[in-house]
Design a protein around this ligand. Sequence first.
Ligand SMILES: Nc1nc2c(c(=O)[nH]1)N[C@H]1C(S)=C(S)[C@@H](COP(=O)(O)OP(=O)(O)OC[C@H]3O[C@@H](n4cnc5c(=O)[nH]c(N)nc54)[C@H](O)[C@@H]3O)O[C@H]1N2
Ligand SMILES: Nc1nc2c(c(=O)[nH]1)N[C@H]1C(S)=C(S)[C@@H](COP(=O)(O)OP(=O)(O)OC[C@H]3O[C@@H](n4cnc5c(=O)[nH]c(N)nc54)[C@H](O)[C@@H]3O)O[C@H]1N2
Ligand SMILES: [Mo]
Length: 813
Amino acid sequence: MTNHWQDIQNADVVLIMGGNAAEAHPCGFKWVIEAKKQNKARLVVVDPRFTRSAAMADYYAPIRAGSDIAFLGGVINFLLTNDKIQTEYVRNYTNATFIVGPDYKFEDGLFSGYNPEKRNYDPKSWGYALDEQGMARVDMSMQDPNCVLQVMKRHYARYTPEMVSRITGTPQDKFLKVCEYIASTSTSQRTMTIMYALGWTQHSQGSQMIRTGAIVQLLLGNIGVPGGGMNALRGHSNIQGLTDLGLLSNSLTGYMSLARDNEQTLEDYYKTRALKPLRPNQMSYWQNYPKFFVSMQKSWWGDAATAENDWAFHYLPKIDRLYDVLQAFELMNQGKLNGYICQGFNPVGSFPDKKKIVDGLSKLKFLVTIDPLQTETSEFWRNFGEFNDVKTADIQTTVFRLPSTCFAEEDGSLTNSSRWLQWHWKGAEPPGEAKGDIEIVAGIFNRIRAAYAKDGGAFPDPIVKLTWPYKIPHSPSAQELAMEYNGRALVDLTDPKDPTKPPLAKAGEQLSGFGLLRDDGSTASGCWIYAGAWTQAGNQMARRDNADPYGIGMVQNWAWAWPANRRILYNGASTDPATGKPWIAKRGLVSWNGKQWTGADVPDIRPDANPTDAEAVRPFIMTAEGVARLFAPTGMAEGPLPEHYEPFESPLVNNLMHPNNEKARANPAARIFKGDLERLGVPKDFPYVATSYRLTEHFHYWTKNVRTSAIIQPQQFVEIGEELAKEKGIGHGDMVKVSSKRGYIKAVAVVTKRIVGLQVDGRTVHTVGLPNHWGFVGIAKPGYLVNTLTPFVGDANTQTPEYKSFTVNIEKA
Ligand SMILES: Nc1nc2c(c(=O)[nH]1)N[C@H]1C(S)=C(S)[C@@H](COP(=O)(O)OP(=O)(O)OC[C@H]3O[C@@H](n4cnc5c(=O)[nH]c(N)nc54)[C@H](O)[C@@H]3O)O[C@H]1N2
Ligand SMILES: Nc1nc2c(c(=O)[nH]1)N[C@H]1C(S)=C(S)[C@@H](COP(=O)(O)OP(=O)(O)OC[C@H]3O[C@@H](n4cnc5c(=O)[nH]c(N)nc54)[C@H](O)[C@@H]3O)O[C@H]1N2
Ligand SMILES: [Mo]
């Protein structure tokens, strides 16, 4: 979230699109109700299904799954052609004024730089026009035909209400009504928040769907302001913490990244990460990358990371490709990956194309599962009849099951969607032989290290020299790890401005924030954005003061938020650039008092940045531009502006935007492996759009082990609309067979008014809804896994699978 849960109460309009907060985030959803109570906020929901969120909405519009870029592109067109943008915000806080370079082109659905063999883009031609000093050229009047605003106007002119409706199936009048609600927040006095989750992320163009939402918010001046923002409603209790700590295979902590194999030296590595400003006087805060990186290396390898060895840069792997989960299972299937450790993860249930997942696991030498429960994954080798029809005798994989605790049986912190690190305390002792996750992983590590120390190996240093300072080496405590992430001074840190002053931190002391980090090896910090969470004053995550002195939900002393306990990111943009005073006085976050920035939140701008300077520091300090990017010259795999593509499986044989270009039918840069192309269905055989989702009564695949949940939602069902049911002769409660190119499941039909057929390009397209919670292990009624049906396709940037739009057939079983 750019903002936070409590802040939703400040919104005037709430758009829930690509999520179903009432159902999947019921505790957080109460802040939507607060917004309705306090501000007469209007709730608008756009979803293929009339959900429990829709049931609370002031306005609901249906949409065909997978077509949100067309819808939001239409919103952008509406805002630009009807002059419903917050002009001064757009001019000062976004790159609308920046001139795009002469080589940029968009033709027939493809951007310049496309390589069809590699299915990727060279983004070189997407850069800005630069002046002699290497600064980006701008036109503050936004009239230059090549400035971003004008480029966008041309790009989105194609997204007319007629075209939007033809693609999305949303009736035109409903689409336009949603546009009006959204446009009502283009004044500086009204804000809209967008709440989204998997309805946007789980698509082959998911990242661009989210970007389209962000562009809408920027045009309206709704980013950085209270009641605004792009609010990703995260999944598992600590999934925000997972990405913060860099647990994705290409990540390091605090959103740093692993070097690629063409970046063999530290200098090359920094080149594309510590970017110089593109406009005069801007901060480009990532210029501090070396401070964050060296501090992380010192935290990991201590005295073995020295200036002479480039802070042990060569200890880190250099990646030749992304090693996401799709890649891992592809490699397993190819026989190139033969051991797998599955910690708190049940891929047989949760990953797409179950057959491919089970085939992959069957080729392993060993599989380790670390889980409090038996799962479909730990039992993948057993025959469960039609639900998992494997030949056990043919599977040679050795499976180790290591029983772990769950969160209530350990101390630690969870980072929620608001970026708050909240400490919790153990509530019970683990049962039986279960051990905590830290102890299990430490046990594996210590044994591997002992083996390396004894026998040597190809490259022992990174393992043998890893810092391991814990009191009980086989069981580090959560406290020790949290303090390590925060970081400490390794020597007395003198003030560079005045070395005679007492040190800013003494050797050995916990650091108060990332502002103290250095790139000379004098500081250690495991995760720079977490610096400030456990200071000399103690555990900030354990704070529990819910005082809200400004009455706008700013509880600065409740837990601790990254970065720097800032609750709303980019909050400098909540002020009028002419004065530095809040756009909305009663919801003031920060303001310029003539000398410095102060306010209810920690200012997200240099403290002494005078807004009245001609070249004032702009509030988007993490970009080299200093402003937010409507047009992204780098960073996105499939182009600088979002463009509608069809899902890989769609009821349409072509992309209505580019009917004659097969290459632009589906996202041209999305992740798909050769073999999986053959496992995609065509509309003639699989005419219905399928989408999968959650129910309040279950949490993924584990609550089918809980008696009460297994009673209230006992077995797999499938939702279809009344019209489709009639066409197919399916009655409420009948058993049906749902099939895709990859397999089939059988389930009970629920015939409902909540899903309706949509008019897409002149014909009716039906949606089949698949709640995704059951399987063959547990105490609920055993059954098929929904992911038997889903395609092995991933988003071009994140490789998140396309669970939310694929195609099926349905018939009475
Ligand atoms: N009770 C419960 N709560 C949970 C979970 C759970 O299992 N049970 N899981 C947690 C996890 S890990 C996560 S990630 C979150 C997920 O939270 P959500 O994303 O809110 O949950 P979903 O139900 O998967 O999907 C949300 C909605 O997206 C809609 N949708 C599907 N395709 C599209 C599309 O193309 N466009 C639009 N606009 N909408 C679409 C679906 O109809 C559905 O209503 O929930 C978390 N909360
Ligand atoms: N078709 C379809 N597929 C989907 C989705 C969808 O919407 N549609 N959603 C996707 C999403 S967003 C997600 S997050 C995934 C979820 O996929 P998974 O993460 O694979 O599913 P969970 O059932 O949440 O599995 C987590 C496991 O963690 C175990 N666990 C719980 N606490 C602990 C602990 O403290 N330590 C350890 N070691 N284990 C623990 C649980 O017992 C459980 O077996 O599913 C994805 N798959
Ligand atoms: Mo999730």
